[in-house]
Design a protein around this ligand. Structure first.
Ligand SMILES: [Zn+2]
Length: 395
């Protein structure tokens, strides 16, 4: 993803680090693996997921409105028993790994799940998801988040981040306080941004459907005044836009300069966009042309039918006719690594050895970048995180 492909070369790994890539093979090392018939590339980075919602698979359908979808989601999510949730997390992780995901940016609403998700074997950023629209709750919620941050990272390859849920579900005070915490603890910050038209309306005129939803949840703040700004401008005014990992970004066309200036990364979720039947999609071409990092994410099975990352690649290919397959693979690897600040996403010396491989028939004559998009590919044939072999279960 950072240079010309190397044919029949050799990649040397030491202590989980890529130390050298050469165009010739020395072949002298007993520990050498013979992968001559493989296309070897950096593992995929799934920059946005909610593994803890995997057990909601096929339980929801796209509703008439986004507010109705949330209305259906909340009771189903709170009714999930712990065993089903844990089983869902494990099966979701398995589906991602089989399809080549080596790194993850997962939103975690319940800190009790951090150890479990942190131990799944992904290189990851686990974003502490926080919701709270009433300003009076900001300090209390922030204190809880800080208590979790003080416990430190769940594992050596897993760090913590912050995820204020969205502009319509998080108060300005909570956004500001979480922004301060992120600076203090050097955490990446991610948020759902400009996903739906109603969100833009809510911030300019007040939107009835979102206000109703907040009132039903006893979360409405009577002191709320619409800031008369777009979602991106609003987050900038709260001081939270710098290096933000902004998920969805379906309505950001007027804010591209500001996004580039603040080094925002955008995460496109192809299958989730298709599932909701979105007609206004992230302006990926315009973002890439401004030098803005774009990554790919699966979102959750509450708004998608699969966590198979190869399905995401194929859906991105279908939804983004003006983006080349090479660019989609760049988004799926180094775009995600850049967004999450992880030392992976390219095969280059000094990077960690997160690798995947696809077995390619010797008669294959097409371009290398078409291989992961082949319709029959359901899984990768080689998988390593941090140089370590991963044994995937056979069921
Ligand atoms: Zn999401």
């Amino acid at each position: 993803m950072c240079g010309d492909p190397v044919e029949n070369g050799e990649l040397i790994i030491d202590d989980g680090n890529i130390v050298e890539i050469s165009a010739t093979q020395s072949g002298s090392d007993d520990a050498a693996l013979e992968l001559t018939d493989h296309l070897l590339m950096p593992g995929f980075v799934n920059a946005h997921s909610h593994l803890s919602l995997t057990a909601l698979e096929k339980k929801l359908s796209p509703a008439d409105s986004f507010a109705d979808w949330i209305r259906a989601l909340i009771p189903l999510n709170s009714a999930l028993d712990n065993e089903s949730r844990v089983q869902g997390i494990r099966s979701g992780a398995e589906a991602m790994k089989r399809s080549g995901v080596t790194a993850l940016g997962d939103y975690v609403a319940d800190p009790e799940l951090l150890t479990l998700i942190g131990d799944l074997g992904f290189r990851s950023v686990l974003f502490l998801e926080t919701i709270g629209f009433h300003s009076e709750r900001a300090q209390e919620l922030c204190k809880k988040v800080e208590e979790v941050l003080m416990r430190g990272n769940p594992s050596p390859i897993c760090k913590l981040g912050l995820a204020p849920h969205a502009p319509y579900s998080v108060s300005p005070d909570l956004f500001r306080s979480l922004g301060h915490l992120a600076q203090q603890y050097h955490c990446p910050v991610s948020s759902h941004v400009a996903e739906i038209k109603e969100e833009g309306r809510f911030l300019v005129l007040g939107d009835d459907s979102l206000e109703e939803l907040l009132k039903e949840r006893s979360a409405w703040d009577p002191k709320w005044q619409p800031p008369y700004k777009s979602p991106i401008q609003y987050l900038s005014s709260l001081g939270i836009l710098d290096r933000l990992i902004a998920v969805h970004c379906n309505f950001v066309s007027g804010d591209l300069d500001l996004m580039a200036e603040k080094k925002v990364s955008a995460v496109f979720c192809p299958q989730s966009s298709e599932w909701f039947g979105r007609t206004n999609l992230m302006p990926v071409r315009a973002l890439l042309d401004r030098g803005i990092s774009v990554a790919l994410g699966t979102d959750s099975l509450a708004s998608s039918n699969s966590l198979n990352f190869l399905d995401e690649l194929r859906m991105a290919d279908k939804l983004l006719p003006d983006i080349s397959r090479k660019e989609i693979l760049t988004m799926a690897t180094c775009g995600g690594a850049e967004a999450l600040g992880l030392p992976c996403g390219t095969l280059a010396s000094e990077q960690r050895a997160d690798l995947i491989g696809f077995r390619v028939p010797s008669a294959y004559s097409g371009p290398w970048w078409d291989v992961p998009f082949e319709p029959d590919r359901r899984e990768v044939d080689f998988y390593r995180v941090d140089g370590n072999p991963e044994v995937l279960s056979q069921d």
